[in-house]
Design a protein around this ligand. Structure first.
Ligand code: SF4
Ligand code: SF4
Ligand code: SF4
Length: 352
């Protein structure tokens, strides 16, 4: 791509001509705060946090959606820019149910961080407070709290552009603009497939996982990168661990799955700590399932398979393997059945 020269905060830099100002700034070490931007989504310029001053432009421009042009002179941190960001944050606060004391998002909230950085006083803003008192808890896995929504639109775009579902949209006008599901119905009745992508991208606590775990984000012990075991796609996940328990699943945006998961990968982890989880093999003895050792279970399986093979032949067997296993495990299973037992009765759940 052809390179052009622009100036940011008095320094001349060369950047590809198809860049936005935000891309040019970030790649060259200039921080511009954003709330609605996500590299995976089309820029929308909705939150106005990324505004910058461009010489010759009548008003401040949104850096996420403005392309660079040769000779452009940009200021990312002038008084005018910082004052505009402060006003934007004050307006967001006026529309916000700020309960950072008890909000599960505290410590992991872009809005909280930016208000702290810009010295916003939550109790002394100049704007009239507005509250809708609308909280939707009908989804099994997450809640939507409208009073914590800053209308950045990331959830709407993620649902449509990343997930291809389009279960949510903007509705209403002016002060009554809000995120809604079709026909203003509750979340449960929408097309939502509960993938949780909107929850992952939300910069505030408006969309939050339902969790029984009590933890604060600054108390998280570690994040463990892992591969989801639910299917053969192999999405990359981060297990968020507190007090030796998985309390949340994050999906990093820079992973192979671009931070997108399905409902199982994002929310299907609570079985890990369930008391009734099966941890040992069970053998039916006198009509009752009894816990056994692995050795005992394997011996039983081997003896039953051997006697069945002798009495009924290879085609009395069939193997059904699983998308939850690795390619290597599936390969070994078909090898055992074709090579050792000598039957071609082999199939796989993913073919269904
Ligand atoms: S969403 Fe963020 S700013 Fe709002 S109450 Fe929760 S932590 Fe505070
Ligand atoms: S959970 Fe997934 S499908 Fe449902 S609204 Fe969010 S992004 Fe859309
Ligand atoms: S719910 Fe979250 S992601 Fe969606 S518009 Fe509101 S703040 Fe943005």
């Amino acid at each position: 791509m052809k390179k052009i020269e622009i100036s940011i905060n008095g320094n001349k830099i060369e950047v590809p001509s198809n860049y936005t100002i935000l891309e040019a700034a970030r790649e060259n070490g200039y921080r511009i705060p954003t709330l609605c931007h996500d590299d995976r989504l089309k820029p929308s310029g909705a939150c106005r946090m990324c505004v910058v001053e461009v010489e010759g432009a009548r008003s401040l421009v949104t850096s996420c959606s403005t392309p660079v042009r040769a000779g452009m002179v940009v200021k990312t941190n002038s008084d005018r820019v910082v004052n505009s960001r402060k006003t934007t944050l004050e307006l967001l606060w006026a529309d916000h149910n700020y309960d950072c004391l008890t909000c599960n998002k505290a410590g992991n909230c872009d809005l909280q961080d930016l208000c702290y950085e810009h010295d916003i006083d939550p109790l002394d803003g100049p704007y009239i407070k507005y509250s809708s008192n609308h909280v939707d808890k009908t989804n099994e896995f997450y809640i939507f709290d409208e009073d914590k929504c800053i209308l950045c639109g990331k959830c709407v775009r993620a649902c449509s552009e990343l997930e291809g579902v389009g279960a949510i949209t903007f509705s209403g006008r002016g002060h009554h603009t809000h995120i809604s599901h079709p026909f203003e119905k509750e979340m449960l009745l929408s097309d939502c497939v509960s993938c949780g992508t909107c929850v992952s991208v939300c910069p505030t606590g408006a969309l939050m996982e339902k969790t029984n775990a009590k933890f604060r984000n600054w108390d998280i012990d570690k994040k463990v990168k892992t591969t989801c075991t639910y299917c053969g796609v192999g999405c990359q996940l981060e297990l968020v661990v507190h007090d030796n328990k998985v309390v949340r699943i994050d999906a990093p945006a820079d992973s192979i799955n671009k931070g997108i998961t399905c409902v199982k990968g994002k929310f299907g982890y609570k079985f890990i700590d369930r008391d009734d989880r099966l941890k040992m093999p069970l053998i039916r003895k006198k009509g009752k399932l009894v816990e056994s050792s692995w050795d005992e279970a394997y011996d039983l399986i081997a003896s039953k398979m051997t006697s069945t093979l002798e009495n009924y032949g290879p085609d009395s067997f069939a193997a059904l393997s699983s998308a939850r296993c690795t390619n290597e495990e599936n390969y070994i299973l078909q090898k055992l059945f074709r090579g050792v037992i000598k039957t071609n009765n082999v199939d796989h759940c993913a073919r269904l």
